[in-house]
Design a protein around this ligand. Structure first.
Ligand code: 5U1
Length: 672
């Protein structure tokens, strides 16, 4: 490649990468899969290493600078970074509204309303469209210069898009850690025996304060802008300003709305409160800002907070309470989980009395002891956890927690595999706790869907010695059932009918119901579709298993180990002898009804994208990132945008998510 050709290609790659960043972080509508994005970055890196003269400071390859710093410089903010007044009740919002209405001498005021992220406030300065400085809030007057670290966050553009930006633009917003990134980071930290992050906010703050930008670059951080400290070349309202920032490639929360009056504010608070568990990032409230800048100017400030803005808070997702005791629970796979018994505490909108402590190592690392005051965290739909102990409040010498050496349920030895954090009961299905869990799981709706077989009844059946394995369920008699406490004749009849009705599952459901470690519905379906029959699956070795989409070496190991265990083979045999018959459906499992088809996914789907993709692939379809004349079908979720328009232009067939689910059901795939 000649120098001019290399120059041209480098520019083209930079443009493409910036474009895909914009699609991903600003529009939330990626055009290409992650692998394609990574390929473009690698191409640019390779080109720049061959032609170092082509490297520009704003190149996407230059996000991480290699040199750790000794400390952070102090930056004086051009305009102070303000704080916000808080309201915790509708009445306090009504009071705020009255003050604003009186100040402006009018009713019916418009506000820009937006979620209030629980992250780290940051100020970004762009000079001639290039990011020059990123500073933390600090004391509001002076912050720390964290430019090198912020440059590593892909959601923050190094160079503004489009045109018309002012020569000097100062953007303010919040750096945050998405929940998925926080959970993935902590999962990995726990596996490696490293220190997990306490919560996403601390994760974001700690990541920004790393002296080595290489470390920040490894943290899953993101950014939303919420205001500007400069006003040149900007619209007259908060709402339109945010829209303009978005045009320039700066991520803005998609839930920002213009609302009218007190009722509009309260309805917005209510709506975002309902959405809160599904948002994918922590918020602690919503913010209302008088939309018109001239009205903001008129209202002015009181001490360091504006009179024209208010944070309307939600119930806290972290609270402090007393740890009464630590119990140990045995799960379906024998994993022993220490569970905190707490003095009841209202957190994340519910009263919490139990929270997970994950594992023994984590308890040691956090040095949590019965009797301690602890910080309990309940965010989104995540199980409540003890985030940390408040050691400053410990008054007495408290005993350390000891993991029992024998299973609290069956007395079998507790084992801990070298390198694994989890301790397990070695009793297998001899352990009543594991048996109960495996039978409960077998009966669930997504598994064999046995109506009427609830947790309490499973406990009774196991405790009375009527059921040892899931196969025994199919040998239960009316007489045995009615002999149980609280079981009437009609209920017994209904249960026997439900058991009879469940006898012909598709292979994937049965596989899921068997409770093989790490085999969820999607993997079960992939296995069933790949092997077609139980026999073929049983005979597959680990290497063959990894050929199945969605199956990596760890899952392959668990599947192979499951079918090597004589007990498990006996249960499958006993199920078959009891009349459970998956044979007739096995042939269907092997079919690939969508073989040869090319699908594209767009818009917001209610099922995780990866699930839709895996399901399609297990039915034989290929899933690609962009629509072309070769696309067979576009699956369009809510708010589908340019891909939908392109599909319509190219006459590509479009399917809604509800029709997609029906289609899957017609192939015997159950999703709920
Ligand atoms: N969403 C949002 N968060 N937040 C924090 N908007 C917002 N505005 C703020 C702060 C401190 O201050 C304004 C006064 C610009």
């Amino acid at each position: 490649m000649t120098q001019p050709e290399a120059h041209k290609r480098a520019e083209e790659l930079r443009r493409l990468i910036e474009h895909h960043n914009y699609r991903y972080y600003v529009l939330d509508d990626p055009e290409v899969p992650d692998a394609e994005y990574d390929r473009l970055i690698r191409q640019l890196e390779s080109l720049e290493s061959r032609h170092p003269e082509l490297v520009t400071p704003d190149s996407p390859t230059q996000r991480v600078s290699g040199t750790p710093m000794d400390g952070f410089e102090t930056v004086r903010h051009r305009v102070p970074m303000l704080s916000l007044g808080n309201a915790f009740s509708d009445q306090e919002v009504a009071d705020f509204y009255r003050r604003v209405a009186q100040g402006l001498e009018r009713e019916d005021i418009e506000f820009a309303a937006e979620p209030k992220l629980d992250g780290v406030a940051i100020s970004l300065t762009y000079v001639d469209g290039l990011l020059t400085t990123a500073a933390t809030r600090g004391d509001g007057e002076r912050g720390e210069d964290v430019t090198a670290n912020v440059r590593t966050i892909r959601a923050v553009p190094l160079k503004l898009h489009g045109q018309g930006w002012p020569a000097l633009l100062e953007v303010r917003g919040e750096i945050y850690m998405p929940r998925s990134g926080f959970e993935a980071f902590n999962r990995r930290a726990r596996e490696l025996g490293e220190k997990p992050l306490v919560n996403p906010r601390n994760g974001a703050a700690g990541s920004l304060r790393q002296l080595d930008p290489q470390l920040t670059a490894k943290r899953p951080l993101a950014f939303f802008a919420y205001s500007t400290a400069t006003r040149d070349n900007l619209p007259d309202t908060q709402f339109d300003t945010l829209a303009r920032l978005k045009d320039w490639g700066i991520p803005v929360n998609p839930e920002v709305r213009r609302v009218r009056g007190l009722d509009g504010c309260l309805a917005y608070h209510q709506r975002i409160g309902t959405l809160r568990p599904t948002l994918g990032y922590d918020i602690d409230g919503v913010v209302y800002k008088v939309d018109r800048f001239d009205q903001q100017g008129f209202l002015g400030f009181v001490s360091k907070a504006p009179r024209w803005a208010l944070a309307h808070k939600f119930p806290a997702e972290e609270e402090i309470t007393r740890l009464l005791d630590i119990d140990v629970q045995v799960g379906r796979t024998g994993a022993l989980t220490p569970v905190a018994r707490l003095e009841p505490v209202f957190v994340g909108g519910v009263t919490v009395t139990n929270a997970t402590l994950h594992n023994e190592d984590e308890i040691r690392r956090k040095d949590v002891r019965p009797g301690d005051w602890v910080m309990v965290r309940r965010a989104g739909d995540v199980i409540p956890e003890v985030a940390r102990a408040i050691h400053e409040r410990r008054r007495d010498v408290l005993p350390e927690f000891q993991m029992p050496e024998t299973c609290p349920e069956c007395g079998s030895a507790v084992e801990r595999v070298e390198g694994e954090a989890v301790a397990r009961c070695s009793g297998g299905l001899f352990c009543p706790a594991q048996r109960k869990h495996s039978i409960r799981h077998f009966a669930t709706r997504k598994a064999m869907d046995i109506e009427g077989l609830g947790d309490k009844l499973v406990d009774q059946l196991v405790e009375e010695g009527l059921v040892h394995t899931v196969a025994d369920l199919y040998l239960l008699t009316h007489e045995q059932l009615v002999s149980l406490e609280r079981m009437g004749g009609k209920s017994a009849e209904n249960l026997l009918k439900a058991l009879e009705d469940s006898k012909h599952p598709p292979l994937d459901r049965l596989l899921y119901a068997l409770g093989i470690r790490e085999v969820g519905e999607v993997t079960a379906h992939s296995l069933a579709a790949h092997f077609g029959t139980m026999k073929a699956l049983q005979q597959a070795d680990e290497q063959t298993l990894t050929e199945v989409s969605d199956v990596g070496p760890i899952v392959a190991g668990h599947v192979a180990a499951f079918f090597q265990q004589e007990n498990n083979l006996q249960v499958i045999q006993a199920l078959s002898e009891a009349g459970v018959d998956w044979q007739a459906l096995e042939e269907q499992g092997g079919e690939q009804p969508l073989a040869g088809e090319i699908w594209v996914l767009t818009g917001a789907l209610s099922m995780p994208r990866i699930q839709a993709k895996n399901l399609l692939e297990s039915l034989g379809a290929k899933v690609t990132g962009s629509v072309s004349a070769k696309t067979t079908m576009l699956l369009a979720g809510e708010a589908a945008g340019s891909k939908l328009a392109k599909a319509q232009k190219l006459d590509v067939k479009v399917i809604s998510e509800s029709d997609f689910v029906k289609l899957l059901q017609s192939y015997g795939v159950q999703i709920s």
